[in-house]
Design a protein around this ligand. Structure first.
Ligand code: MN
Ligand code: MN
Length: 286
């Protein structure tokens, strides 16, 4: 009996010790010393392993941002870009929505008329205001592969406020790395619910999500991440009433977005650090 109790106690202690190791995988002071190139729009990784050989996860690399495009949905899966003050200037908004000729020529490419009178905005993933150092950078944001059917109040209120917050972060001394994406099918625009536009060629996404990684501004070519690196993740339904609440009401974790999409975000970061920062909600900061 006594021996048995001893064994049980020992097992419990071992279990507790194991659990402690598991929940604290790395010291809070650890700095990850891998070189992430500061100017790279995809410095944190290619979340879906997009490539030229996968039509529904088709990689489009532009100087201004990187896209995973879905041929069957007719919209981006995600867009990834870097934002700091070097991307900012006083170029005027070009407003030149147009088909993206970088898509294979036998694929359908969205045109601006696809959105006319649909009750959905031509919503930017990488915003026009994040790319205004010169006219050609700004024009690149109007390529229709960077545009998705977005409920007007979502676009002009809650999503726009988050975009403005990102630019406030760079004014306050940070660089930010942003991934904006779409998930699911069906949204509620000005004229009600729709699953597609242009006779089924463009999917109306059910949600727009975003991940923002905030790092200190620096003069070097690289930056580093620590367990304290700030991450803001949101997932916002593509409906008019989403704008009834501020973006902070839609905070979530990167882990939840990975479950939603099946992607591995921030895959260039060592796994133990991903585990730590991807489970955290930005609640205390926002
Ligand atoms: Mn917008
Ligand atoms: Mn990940």
């Amino acid at each position: 009996m006594r021996q048995q109790l001893k064994t049980i106690t020992l097992a419990a202690v071992l279990l507790l010790a194991f659990d402690a190791c598991r929940t604290i995988p790395i010291a809070a002071s650890r700095t990850v010393a891998i070189d992430m190139p500061r100017a790279d729009n995809m410095a944190l990784g290619n979340p879906s392993n997009a490539s030229a050989s996968t039509p529904d996860n088709y990689l489009l690399v532009k100087p201004q941002y990187t896209i995973s495009y879905s041929r069957s949905r007719g919209i981006a899966n995600w867009v990834s870009w870097h934002l700091n003050q070097s991307w900012k200037g006083d170029a005027r908004r070009v407003d030149a929505f147009r088909p993206d000729l970088a898509l294979p020529s036998d694929w359908y490419a969205a045109r601006t008329g696809d959105y006319t009178n649909t009750g959905f905005d031509r919503g930017h993933l990488c915003p026009s205001d994040d790319r205004d150092a010169n006219a050609s950078d700004n024009a690149a944001t109007f390529l229709l592969t960077n545009i998705v059917p977005q409920a007007p109040r979502h676009n002009r209120e809650v999503w726009k406020n988050l975009e403005e917050y990102e630019r406030q972060l760079i004014n306050d001394g940070s660089d930010v790395y942003i991934i904006a994406g779409t998930s699911g099918t069906g949204g509620n625009g000005q004229n009600g619910y729709a699953t597609t536009l242009a006779n089924g060629k463009l999917t109306v996404p059910a949600t727009l999500y975003k991940i923002i990684v905030v790092v200190p501004r620096g003069s070097g070519d690289t930056f580093q991440l620590t367990p304290n690196t700030r991450i803001i993740a949101v997932n916002i339904p593509n409906v008019q009433t989403a704008a009834d609440k501020p973006w902070r009401a839609y905070l979530t974790t990167v882990d939840a977005l990975e479950q939603l999409t099946g992607y591995d975000f921030l895959s260039n970061i060592p796994t133990d650090l991903q585990q730590l920062i991807e489970s955290r909600v930005d609640g205390s900061n926002s």
